[in-house]
Design a binder for this molecule. Structure first.
Ligand code: CP
Ligand code: NVA
Length: 302
């Protein structure tokens, strides 16, 4: 049974295979219309979503399968019945579980007690399918992933962790620029660093934003993630030096600017950059669909 819980589950070849399949599906979707005929999945969200929900539902549809959306935004999994029982029920009906959850542990329990693949659609720790779509977008715009220099700028979070994991596996050099105490997860960092070392690339964390020079990609995300009720204005002072504005992009030398979205314009990214000619944020959003199709096909048909 293969799952996508963290992104560490797949080898470089498997990542490249998923990216290639996603590109093929993007180019010629008609060829894949029967890929998941008669198959289904439960799509469970404890947190809000535009992109991930829409694209997982459409991914099932485009492959001839069906995704059943379960709205959990009014109650976390495990409240009405145990996560184990929830999983055991669903696995009698569907071929895959897609979950956006507060705690990574919830996904691990779904996988532990279930009998079908579980896909992480964002947790407190990871956003692995997002990172796959991001590297697909980098490949499209820069023609390569290996050796590309990616600067993540802002709050070290689930998205940063997943950019580290997928970057290390795919051979990218990823540096996360964060204020002190806003760095990515230390355990993920050390596991990803080990993989990067073997693959001849680097994963790094840096506080000093003046070192943001000579990069190919600048990537940012919200300063406050879902589940944290801190108002953005309360953290503005701390994060202001890390705002992705025109000066920072010019300083970085980057050819493209990325954001997983939703963007908080005027906070982590300015309108000028978000709407500027280096911005590829809507290509990333589009690629979520193609990556989800490829991941579902790979895991369900495994
Ligand atoms: N990037 C992303 O996961 O967007 P949603 O929260 O809208 O799904
Ligand atoms: N870090 C953000 C990503 C949203 C797609 C969050 O978890 O809210």
């Amino acid at each position: 049974m293969r799952h996508l819980l963290t992104g560490f589950e797949f080898s470089q070849d498997e990542y490249l295979d998923i990216l290639e399949t996603a590109s093929a599906m993007k180019k010629d979707p008609a060829k894949f219309r029967q890929e998941l005929a008669g198959r289904s999945g439960a799509i469970m969200f404890e947190k809000p979503s535009l992109r991930t929900r829409t694209t997982f539902e459409l991914a099932f549809y485009r492959l001839g399968g069906h995704g059943v959306y379960l709205d959990l935004q009014n109650g976390e999994l495990g409240k009405r019945e145990t996560i184990a029982d929830y999983s055991r029920n669903l696995c009698r009906w569907v071929d895959c579980l897609v979950g956006r959850v507060f705690s990574q542990r919830t996904l691990e329990e779904l996988a532990q007690y279930g009998s079908v693949p579980v896909i992480n659609a964002l947790s407190d720790l990871y956003h692995p399918a997002q990172a796959m779509a991001d590297y697909m977008t980098i490949q499209e715009h820069l023609g390569k992933i290996k050796g590309v220099k990616v600067a993540y700028v802002g709050d070290g979070n689930n998205v940063t962790n997943s950019l580290f994991v997928a970057g290390a596996i795919l051979g990218a050099n990823v540096t996360s620029f964060n204020p002190e105490n806003c760095t990515p997860d230390a355990v993920v960092f050390s596991k990803a660093s080990e993989i990067a070392r073997k693959n001849g690339c680097t994963i790094a964390v840096e506080n000093d934003i003046s070192k943001l020079k000579d990069f190919d990609v600048v990537y940012t995300d919200t300063w406050v993630s879902m589940g944290d009720n801190t108002p953005l204005d309360a953290v503005r002072k701390k994060f202001n030096p890390y705002q992705v504005n025109k000066d920072l992009v010019d300083q970085s030398g980057a050819q493209i600017v990325m954001h997983c979205l939703p963007a908080h314009r005027g906070y982590e990214i300015t309108d000028e950059v978000m709407d500027g000619n280096k911005s590829v944020v809507f290509d990333e959003a589009e690629n979520r669909l193609h990556i989800h199709m490829a991941v579902l096909a790979k895991l369900i048909n495994a």
